[in-house]
Write a protein that binds this ligand. Sequence first.
Ligand code: HEM
Length: 217
Amino acid sequence: MFFRKGIIALTGLFLCLFLIVHLSANCILLLPEETARGLYNSYSTTLRESPLIKIVAYVLYLSIIFHVVYAFLITLKNRRAKPHRYLVSNSKENSSWTSQNMGLLGIMVLLFIVVHLANFWVRIRLGLGEEVSIDSAGYTDVYEVTYSLFQNIYYVVFYTLLMIPLGLHLNHGLKSAFKTLGFYHKKGLRIIAKASLVYAVIMSIGFGIIPAIVYFK
Ligand code: HEM
């Protein structure tokens, strides 16, 4: 059990780090177009072509897979162990709605990631679907892919709304990861809880607001 929880915690922390880098990169989209297009396209080309970052990308894909698979196994095991949890549980008093619904929130985040990868990764990395243009500097025009996607209000609403379960999942997940990895210091945990909240709010508002800004720009 600890092994599984440890894997979820470690992969989760790695995914949290990825999100910081990913949000920072996506903030480029908010700069004026003359600067943003070149910067965004050259940045994403560097990510795709650098051998070291390619390794990090594979670690990222494996982390997502392991995180999902082990979380699924643990949820299944807990459900089998407590089949009547809603009848006998008084856990509302000592655990939040979020902590009891991490599985559901995780499924919503996974749904987001699947749609998101289909929007970008499948087109840009696998070259499937509508062809991606090349900008004046010769880079794949990822900026154009992003801007054209967020001209569609349904995608803007989808991306923005799904950042609510992402934020809730991150807030609880980050705190739990530290506890799982053996961090029990009471005052330290209070600080971690606050830091997790700040992190989750920045991530969900940051990722949620970018599509809307792009839409109205
Ligand atoms: C404003 C919101 C977002 C935008 C504009 C955005 C944009 C992008 C783009 C353009 C790519 C393709 C990069 C490339 O292959 O060159 C990408 C990949 C990816 N995004 Fe996002 N993203 C957003 C939010 C998110 C969120 C919230 C998550 C996770 C919960 C996420 C997870 C990923 C993952 C896992 C990849 C694949 C990374 C890789 O292959 O290197 N993204 N995103």
